[in-house]
Design a protein around this ligand. Structure first.
Ligand code: MLT
Length: 202
């Protein structure tokens, strides 16, 4: 028994990296399977359900208010999720996955990059914000990160996502940050950018 409720789909194209799919607040392990299949056809998909419940809505860590995080819990949950990834890699025989996270799922993926960089080969962060007020010293050399943010996102000020991109770059990650004229919700443009990014050689 693995430590998170999850969905798993084996790869059909061995050249594609496994994806770790991380849903937003109120989502579950089924939400991002379609996005994962379209973004990187043939990738293995590993999709856990966040263990925190906020008024019945699953999340990956606790928050005190919208955009105000319980950072002790962020740290605990990022480590717990990285441990799950290690378990799942052994159970299913996987390489380190590329995270594809939306909103709360993107935020826990960003925290994992900072706290447990070995857990992820890279990450696509959709509508992410700075997860920890002081970023740990970490070496992200060789990791590709796609960030797609919304200039009119009511939850995430553009300045906040820009700071996250800068911090990941400063740690050595190969960051591509796209600022779309959109809000918090995903659009067809997000999907096109994901497909393009996954199609580029690592
Ligand atoms: C978070 O709590 O991670 C952010 O506020 C995004 C969200 O899930 O609404």
């Amino acid at each position: 028994e693995l430590s998170f409720i999850h969905r798993y789909e084996p790869a059909t194209d061995p050249k594609r990296p496994p994806l770790l799919l991380l849903h937003g607040t109120g989502g579950d392990e089924n939400d991002l399977l379609g996005l994962g299949r379209m973004s990187s056809p043939g990738s293995a998909l590993l999709s856990p359900r966040g263990k925190i419940l906020e008024n019945g809505m699953p999340r990956f860590f606790r928050r005190l208010a919208e955009g105000v995080f319980d950072e002790e819990d962020v740290r605990f949950r990022a480590n717990e999720l990285a441990d799950f990834v290690a378990e799942a890699r052994r159970a299913y025989g996987l390489e380190a996955p590329v995270a594809v996270g939306f909103s709360n799922g993107a935020n826990i993926a960003a925290a994992m990059l900072m706290l447990r960089p070995e857990a992820l080969a890279g990450a696509a962060l959709l509508r992410a914000m700075v997860p920890l007020s002081s970023a740990p010293q970490v070496d992200l050399a060789g990791k590709r990160v796609l960030m797609i943010s919304g200039a009119m996102d009511p939850i995430i000020p553009a300045d906040n996502s820009n700071r996250l991109a800068a911090s990941l770059s400063a740690s050595g990650a190969e960051v591509q940050h796209q600022m779309l004229p959109s809000g918090h919700n995903l659009s067809q443009t997000d999907l096109s950018l994901l497909v393009k990014w996954f199609g580029q050689p690592g």
